[in-house]
Design a protein around this ligand. Sequence first.
Ligand code: FES
Length: 125
Amino acid sequence: MPFYSEKVMDHFQNPRNVGEIKDADGVGEVGNPVCGDMMTFYVKVKDNVLEDVKFKTFGCGAAIAVSSMVAEMAKGKTVDEAMKITNDLVAKELGGLPPNKMHCSNLGADALHKAIEDYSKKHGK
Ligand code: FES
C-alpha cells in the first residue's frame, strides 16, 4: 500500500454520499485520460444552495476517496462557493495523496463543476 493518509483510507473505506440522485438538477460526468476511470456527480439545488450531492465512481481507491471528500465539501455550499472547490484543495483536505496518485484527484472537482454547469444551463443561468 503506498502512503495513504488516514483521511484517504477513511473516505475510501467509508465513502460518504455514494449513489445517484434520480431527480438531480444537474449531472456531470468525467473520465480520467490517464487511467480511464469514470466519475459522475449529481447535484440537487435549492435556493442556490447544493442541498444534496452524490456520486458514482468507477475507479481506484484514491478516486473514491476524492469523490467522497468533494461531495462532503460541496454539500450545503452555494453554487458559487462550490465552483471554487479545486482539485488541489481536495487533495489538501485529504491530507495529501502519493505523487503517483495525484492524477486521481483531478476528476473530483471537475465532475462537480460539470454537474453545476449542467444545472445552470438547464435553469438558464
Ligand atoms: Fe484512475 Fe486513480 S487510478 S483515478
